[in-house]
Design a protein around this ligand. Structure first.
Ligand code: 5GP
Ligand code: ZN
Length: 112
């Protein structure tokens, strides 16, 4: 756990969140400010600053994140979704504990 990391505190249960899925490797919870009908954040239990850091230090956690993202989409939005990792403040990353945004349902027009 990293001191003063919001998502480490959610993983530890110190800050409440609307949990969608939990297992040994990941937790997933609804974004507090949803940008799509389905907007769930999938995070590894182990702190890492971004998705590449998870891949380098805990690839099994990244694999578990991918499986969880699909499970969430299967449950909530017909199995189809975008999976977005903002990486760096200049492109909008605001929480520096890796997280994939699972976005599904009717989406606003997107840049990709
Ligand atoms: P980023 O901009 O870093 O890719 O995504 C961070 C996301 O975390 C944002 O979409 C934001 O709405 C969400 N978020 C920020 N604080 C909280 C919180 O306390 N609880 C939850 N569930 N989501 C949060
Ligand atoms: Zn963290």
């Amino acid at each position: 756990m990293s001191d003063d990391c919001l998502f480490c505190k959610i993983v530890a249960g110190e800050i409440p969140a609307d949990m969608v899925l939990e297992n040994d490797h990941v937790v997933a919870f609804r974004d507090i400010s949803p940008k799509a009908p389905t907007h769930v954040l999938v995070v590894p239990r182990t702190h890492a600053a971004n998705v590449a850091a998870v891949a380098a230090s805990a690839p099994h956690e990244l694999a578990a994140m991918a499986v969880a993202a699909q499970q969430i989409a299967d449950d909530q939005c017909g199995g189809e979704y975008k999976w977005v990792f903002n990486t760096g403040a200049s492109v909008g990353q605001t929480v520096f504990h890796a997280h994939g945004h699972v976005l599904g349902g009717e989406l606003e027009e997107s840049i990709v």
